[in-house]
Design a protein around this ligand. Structure first.
Ligand code: P4A
Length: 425
């Protein structure tokens, strides 16, 4: 069902209006404080402006995507979902705040959340459609990488807001009185518990596919209270998502690297969990043979991951394939609350993956994309890449000198060298 022309022109006008505002980042502490005082009217008043602002900021960027990507059917579909959801929230712009309005608002949010369930999949499909129909140059590839990071981050943040509101006020809460969650935040999240959970579920897939799996060892270091278990204030589902992804990668690397030994005696995956003053770290070390540095960055590229694999004949490899957007999106989850996810690999040996999180909930602020001059410029200009030497594009003095060695006193020739030098600098 397409949007009517009337709706589209209204949406377009309101997009201009709401995209002028910057999104308001919330810290985990603010989410908690807000959840504890739990005032539905306040949440409603905040969200009916904040959601359109966040939607408008990212919708403006969708419109700046390379022409040929925008024309892909899947991208058009996603664009329509956003326009529709934006329009549905605007309906509350001037609404009252009666309990009927609050109820309608909750239902609208749930409907929107369901509509957007398959956005990541559909966007990936759009990128595939582009790859199959066009030659994609590196500039387009850069724009897509830049856009998808911002687009998926925006989506994570919008879903966080919707989840908080519907969990707190939509009657989605469990009746368990000991349930300590505040929306989707666990103020006492058991870090090692989530590590074990993610490991067990990844191991299940690994066993199914490879008939064996590496063990896990955990080292815990609580620098603040020595010996005490580490609890963090965090969204357990985000943490689980990252760790599950990393475990799948590590297991696949370990099992495939030690394939020929055939004795199931894999070196264990070692996880170190640390609570420092400023950071919480989860380091996952495997001996899966590692990857060269030239490949590490690529594991975070959407275009690289969007290969038309796993092929149909490889359908049985899907469970632990690790293909798709696992790593780039996991890194977004880490960055969402100002953490980080890094891969450090020793080619020929193994890989360390580190998830960093902010130890203090008031420092764990949402990291949100903002639509402004800087972001829109990105889609139009080429990023300078020619100001560091590299093998293929830079002519070095040594090269020039060798070529002209035999007659270096020829002044004509010296000018040529200077001209070529200034061109290459
Ligand atoms: N060695 N190390 C890793 C991989 C290899 C690795 C690997 C061959 C590459 C791609 C992949 C899964 C694993 C690792 C841990 C990581 C990431 C990569 O977190 O041992 O799927 C795309």
């Amino acid at each position: 069902m397409r949007l009517t022309g009337n709706t589209l022109s209204k949406v377009s006008k309101m997009l201009d209006f709401y995209s002028q505002f910057n999104p308001t980042p919330m810290s985990i502490k603010q989410f908690i404080d807000f959840g504890l005082s739990a005032c539905e009217q306040k949440s409603y008043t905040f969200l009916r402006k904040e959601l359109p602002v966040r939607l408008a900021n990212i919708m403006k960027e969708i419109h700046l995507l390379p022409e040929n990507l925008l024309r892909m059917p899947s991208v058009g579909l996603v664009n329509d979902w956003y326009a529709r959801s934006f329009d549905e929230i605007l309906e509350f712009e001037k609404a009252d705040c009666t309990s009927r309005d609050l109820d309608r608002f909750c239902k609208a949010l749930i409907k929107i959340r369901n509509r957007h369930t398959d956005v990541v999949l559909t966007m990936a499909q759009g990128v595939l459609e582009l790859k199959e129909s066009h030659e994609v140059d590196s500039q387009t590839e850069n724009s897509i990488q830049y856009f998808l990071d911002r687009f998926y981050m925006s989506r994570i943040s919008i879903r966080m807001l919707i989840n908080q509101h519907t969990l707190l006020f939509g009657g989605e809460l469990t009746n368990d009185p000991h349930h300590r969650h505040i929306g989707c935040i666990d103020p006492q999240c058991d870090l090692v518990g989530v590590v074990k959970d993610a490991y067990e579920n990844a191991r299940f897939l690994c066993d199914q596919y490879y008939l064996s799996s590496p063990d896990l060892t955990i080292t815990e270091h609580n620098e603040l209270e020595h010996g005490a278990p580490i609890h963090i204030v965090y969204v357990p589902s985000h943490l689980y998502h990252m760790l599950f992804e990393l475990f799948k990668n590590s297991m696949r690397a370990v099992v495939e690297h030690h394939n020929n030994n055939n004795n199931d005696n894999y070196p264990p995956i070692q996880v170190t969990v640390v609570r420092g003053k400023e950071d919480i770290c989860v380091k996952m070390s495997d001996r899966g043979g590692g990857i060269p540095r030239s490949l590490t960055d690529q594991l975070f590229h959407y275009m690289y991951s969007t290969a038309p694999q796993p092929s149909k004949s490889d359908a049985h490899t899907v469970p632990l394939a690790g293909y798709g957007y696992g790593l780039p999106i996991s890194r977004l989850y880490a960055r969402y609350f100002h953490g980080e996810l890094s891969l450090l690999s020793c080619d020929g040996y193994g890989t360390d993956a580190i998830v960093y999180m902010k130890a203090l909930s008031n420092e764990a602020n949402e990291l949100l994309p903002i639509f402004n001059k800087t972001s829109s410029r990105f889609y139009r200009t080429t990023i300078p890449t020619g100001d560091w030497s590299n093998q293929t594009s830079c002519m070095s003095v040594r090269h020039l000198y060798t070529n002209n060695f035999s007659n270096k006193n020829n002044s004509n020739n010296r000018n040529t060298i200077r001209n070529q030098l200034s061109r290459s600098l």
